[in-house]
Design a protein around this ligand. Structure first.
Ligand code: ASP
Ligand code: MG
Length: 427
């Protein structure tokens, strides 16, 4: 008998039928003799709808009240799920984040879990109940207020519960079969991975892969939680996310050779800002990025051109999330004379492609394969950045899907059959 934590995303509990299907799945796990703790997201697009409603009554909703509002979404799904389980003849009890002992810092809208004290969950489990917990929410002890963990936060709830309860596995359910070598909606020949290392998963998630949230993977790695990402729509194995020292539960794959490249991630959510005519003297980059940081933008890639000797000026380009661009541009423009640059260019038609693989540490020629594949297809590279296990390039947004396909082929990642995409969003 194991203790299994399961997380169901909004697309898995979008309506009454789906809730019943999820309830059945939970009951089946219970029937197999396991203790089950479930973290559940709000139904379908509930969170977006609530956000929308909030902005209709207030241009800038008060963060405390916004959290009160948004947490109600998960309360609906948790109670309905518990009821559905009851009607199948099983005992289930739902708990809000604060009842479940999910303690966070005080940051509304982006709180971090600082502790989990699952006393009530343990009691319920001891009494033989299936436990349902509202995802994405917690409680701060100082303010005594309800918080939310940021969009997609139910993954983190599930992992944090798994860590606190020392669960055997944390199963994260969505409408895709697992983690793929690329987004199957973009690259039809993407293959499901049996296993991926947590460090590769982190790079993929940070660079556009949406199946798992970064914070959840980080939390899992830090606390040694074994994640199994799988689909609500099939009973097949999904993808195991293995932290340092973890192996597949069936013992398979222990001496499996690491592929050089685990996957190709794509991201259309970034914009590029170019600062033109920056005086090429020490301190200018510092000034520029201090301004950008103060605007709240999260800078990703940075490229500085070689300065033209004649002018003693250079251009600096950087990428950032599309939503951060307006504030960054405003801040830079306001300080233009102080910094002494000439002008700004804003480009939100870019796409970022990243190739991720732990094998890059030990293999050469990985970037050459990427550049060659893009060049054969006539796709122009605008920026390049690398980490130890990742190479990213910026291309035209319109070229991104094609780029992902040719690069996927070039690394030998293509599968024989088209990936099955069950429903919608991958969440
Ligand atoms: N319902 C929240 C959201 O849509 C949390 C989650 O789905 O994980 O972001
Ligand atoms: Mg959701």
């Amino acid at each position: 008998m194991a203790l299994i934590v399961q997380k169901y995303g909004g697309s898995s509990v979008a309506d009454a039928e789906s809730i019943k299907r999820v309830a059945k799945r939970i009951v089946d796990t219970r029937r197999a003799g396991h203790d089950v703790v479930v973290a559940v997201s709000a139904m379908g697009d509930t969170t977006d709808e609530l956000l929308d409603l909030a902005h209709q009554v207030a241009p800038i909703p008060a963060p405390r009240e916004l959290d009160m509002l948004l947490t109600s979404g998960e309360r609906i799904s948790m109670a309905l799920l518990a009821m559905a389980i009851h009607s199948m003849g099983f005992e289930a009890r739902s708990f809000t984040g604060s009842q479940a002992g999910v303690i966070t810092d005080a940051t509304h809208g982006a709180a971090r879990i600082v502790d989990v004290t699952p006393v009530r969950l343990r009691e319920a489990l001891d009494e033989g109940a299936i436990v349902i917990v509202a995802g994405f929410q917690g409680f701060n002890r100082d303010t005594r207020d309800i918080t939310t963990l940021g969009r997609g936060g139910s993954d983190t709830t599930a992992v944090a519960l798994a860590a606190a309860l020392e669960a055997d596995v944390c199963e994260i359910y969505s409408d895709v079969d697992g983690i793929f070598t690329a987004d199957p909606r973009v690259v039809p020949k993407a293959r499901k991975l049996d296993a991926v290392s947590a460090e590769e998963m982190l790079e993929m998630a940070a660079n556009g892969a949406k199946v798992l949230y970064i914070r959840a993977v980080e939390y899992a790695r830090r606390h040694g939680v074994l994640i199994h990402a799988r689909s609500t729509f099939s009973s097949g194995e999904g993808t195991w996310v293995l932290g340092p020292g973890q192996t597949l539960p069936n013992g398979q794959g222990e001496d499996m050779e690491e592929p050089i490249v685990a996957g190709v991630a794509t991201d259309l959510g970034q914009a590029k800002i170019t600062v033109i005519g920056v005086p090429d003297v020490p301190g200018k980059a510092a000034e520029i990025f201090k301004i950008v940081a103060r605007s709240g933008a999260n800078v990703d890639m940075i490229v500085q051109n070689v300065s033209a000797a004649a002018t003693g000026r250079t251009d600096i380009s950087f990428t950032l999330p599309k939503g951060d661009a307006a504030a960054a541009l405003r801040a830079l423009d306001a300080d233009r004379d102080d910094v002494g640059f000439e002008s700004l260019i804003h480009d939100d038609q870019i796409g970022k492609l990243s190739v991720v693989g732990a094998g890059m540490r030990t293999h050469s020629g990985v970037s050459a394969t990427l550049f060659e594949a893009l060049s054969v297809s006539g796709i122009n590279i605008e920026m390049i950045s690398t980490s130890e296990i990742r190479i990213s390039v910026v291309v035209r947004g319109d070229d991104l899907a094609e780029a992902a396909r040719v690069v996927h082929t070039a690394y030998g990642l293509d599968g024989d059959i088209e990936a099955v995409v069950h429903a919608g969003t991958g969440r």
